[in-house]
Design a protein around this ligand. Structure first.
Ligand code: EPU
Length: 420
C-alpha cells in the first residue's frame, strides 16, 4: 500500500490533460459483452478499476488485448463462465454492471452482491427489479445474484430513484430485449449518454439518453465496434478546484466543457475567471482567495456528489461561510474528520456541513477513505503549511490516472512512497 507526501507549495499553474472517464469506461467495458464480435475501446484511462474490470471479463473467458494509445480490445465470443466473483466485486462495486449484459446476451449470470461501502449502503434493488420486469428470473443466494432468462422482453420500467449504474444495467439489457422498453426516471449523466452512444454504434436503437425517459427498441444482435470514451468531467473538476483552492491557474485539456455546467458556475461564484474552448476549460484565480460557495448535491444536471469533497476543501480555505448538503449518499462526509485534523473549521449536522473558511490549513497525517475524499485530501494538502502524509492512496489509484504526475506538471510536490 502506498502513501503520498504532499508539500504545500503555492498556486497550481499550467496545463493538464484529462483522461477518459472512469464512470463511462466501466459500463462500456461491461457492454462489450453484448456484442457478437470484438470491440476496441479507446481513450481508456489507466486505473485500478479498469484493471479490475479487465480481470472480471478475462476470467469469464473474454479475450482482452491492451493496445497502444490507451485502447483495449475485448473479444466476448470466447466467454465460458458467467460469474463475477466476490473477491473482485468487493474491490469494485461497479462489477454489478456485468449483470444486465450477461443475462441479456447469454441468459445467465451469477454476480456477487456488492454489499455496503464506505459512502453508504448502496443497494441494487432497482437493477434487480428492472431486470425482473424485462423477464429475468432472479434469486439471491449466498451473497450472489443469480439470474436466468430466455430472450428478455421489452417493458416500461419506472425507477423509484435516479440511479446511474441501475439505468446503465437496464439500458444494456433492454438493447437486446424483444420489443420496446421505456426507462422512466432515468439518470441523465453524460456517462449514460456515452454508454448509449457506444450501444448505438454497435447497432442498438436508443432515443432519449441524457433525458429522464429513454426509449429502447430491442434488436436481435449487436456488433462490436471501435469507440472512444468521453473525457472525465470529475477529474476535470478536481483539477479546476485545485486552481481555486491554491489561487492559481489551471487549464484542463481534452475535456468537454458542456458536461461541467453547474461545477463551472460554482467556480465562477467562488471568484474564478472561467474560460472555455471546444475541448478545454481554464480556471484562473488571479492570485485571489476563493469566496465561500454553498452547494447541494443531486443527480445530473445538478451539482455532482463526486465533486462534493473537493468543494468542501475549497470552502475550508475560502473567505466566508458556506453550507454543503449531500443528498445522494447517506455517509459521504468521512473527509470532514480528516480535514478537521488539518485545522478546517467544519460542523456536520445530519447531511449538511457548515464550513467557515480559514486562510490556511496545517499539514497532518490523514487517511484516504474513498475515491473523491482522497482527491480532496491532496487538494487540502496543497494549501496547507508543511508536509501532509496522505495514507491509503489505493482509493485514488482506483479512479485518477497518475494523479501525482499530473499535479507535478502544475507545480505541486507529491511523492509516492510505500507505506508500512
Ligand atoms: N440506490 C438505491 N437502489 C438501487 C440503486 C441506487 O437505493 O438499486 C440509491 C443509492 O443508494 C444512492 C442513490 O440511489 O443513494 C444513487 O446511487 P447510484 O445508483 O446513482 O450510484 P451508483 O450508480 O452506484 C454512480 C457512480 C458513483 C457516483 C454515483 C452518483 C459509477 C461506476 N459510479 O454510482 O461514482 O457517485 O453514480 O452520481 O458510475 C465515484 O466515481 O467516486 C463514484 C462513487
Amino acid at each position: 500500500m502506498d502513501k503520498f507526501l504532499v508539500e504545500g507549495v503555492g498556486p497550481l499553474t499550467g496545463d493538464v490533460r484529462i483522461s477518459g472517464a472512469k464512470n463511462a469506461v466501466l459500463p462500456i467495458l461491461a457492454a462489450t459483452l453484448l456484442g457478437s464480435s470484438e470491440s476496441t475501446i479507446g481513450n481508456v484511462p489507466h486505473l485500478n478499476d479498469v484493471t479490475t474490470t479487465m480481470s472480471l471479463l478475462g476470467r469469464m473467458g473474454c479475450g482482452i488485448t491492451v493496445g497502444d494509445n490507451m485502447t483495449v480490445a475485448v473479444d466476448p465470443t470466447l466467454i465460458n463462465d458467467y460469474t463475477a466473483a466476490y473477491e473482485l466485486v468487493r474491490t469494485m462495486r461497479a462489477s454489478i454492471l456485468v449483470l444486465g449484459p450477461l443475462v441479456a446476451r447469454y441468459g445467465q449470470a451469477e454476480v456477487s452482491l456488492p454489499g455496503g461501502c464506505a459512502i453508504g449502503a448502496r443497494p441494487v434493488n432497482i437493477h434487480i427489479d428492472g431486470l425482473r420486469a424485462l423477464g429475468a428470473e432472479i434469486s439471491i443466494d449466498g451473497g450472489y445474484v443469480r439470474a436466468r432468462a430466455g430472450r428478455l422482453q421489452g417493458a416500461r420500467i419506472a425507477m423509484d430513484m435516479v440511479t446511474v449504474t441501475g439505468t446503465e444495467n437496464l439500458l444494456m439489457a433492454a438493447s437486446l430485449a424483444k420489443g420496446e422498453s421505456v426507462l422512466e426516471n432515468a439518470a441523465r449523466e453524460p456517462e449514460i449518454v456515452d454508454l448509449a452512444n457506444y450501444l448505438i454504434a454497435m447497432g442498438a436503437k436508443i432515443e432519449g439518453a441524457g433525458t429522464s425517459t429513454i426509449h429502447v427498441q430491442g434488436v436481435d444482435s449487436l456488433t462490436g465496434c471501435h469507440y472512444d470514451v468521453v473525457p472525465d468531467r470529475i477529474e476535470t473538476g478536481t483539477f479546476l478546484v485545485g486552481a481555486a483552492v491554491t489561487r492559481g491557474r489551471v487549464k484542463a485539456l481534452n475535456t468537454v466543457p458542456g458536461n461541467l455546467g453547474v461545477v463551472l458556475e460554482k467556480l465562477r461564484e467562488a471568484g474564478a475567471e472561467v474560460t472555455t474552448g471546444d475541448d478545454w476549460i481554464q480556471a484562473d484565480m488571479h492570485g485571489n482567495r476563493p469566496q465561500a460557495v454553498s452547494i447541494s448535491t443531486a443527480p445530473y444536471p445538478d451539482f455532482p456528489t463526486d465533486m462534493q469533497a473537493q468543494f468542501c476543501v475549497l470552502n475550508a480555505v475560502a473567505e466566508g461561510t458556506a453550507k454543503v448538503i449531500e443528498n445522494v449518499f447517506e455517509n459521504r462526509f468521512m473527509h470532514i474528520n480528516e480535514l478537521q485534523r488539518m485545522g478546517a473549521d467544519m460542523t456536520v449536522e445530519g447531511n449538511s456541513v457548515t464550513i467557515r473558511g480559514i486562510e490556511k490549513l496545517r499539514a497532518a497525517p490523514v487517511m484516504a477513505t474513498d475515491l473523491r475524499a482522497s482527491a480532496s485530501l491532496i487538494l487540502a494538502a496543497l494549501m496547507a503549511t508543511g508536509e501532509t502524509e496522505v495514507r491509503r492512496v489505493y482509493h485514488i489509484d482506483r479512479g485518477y490516472e497518475r494523479i501525482e504526475e499530473k499535479f507535478h506538471q502544475l507545480g505541486a510536490e507529491i511523492r509516492r512512497q510505500p507505506d508500512k
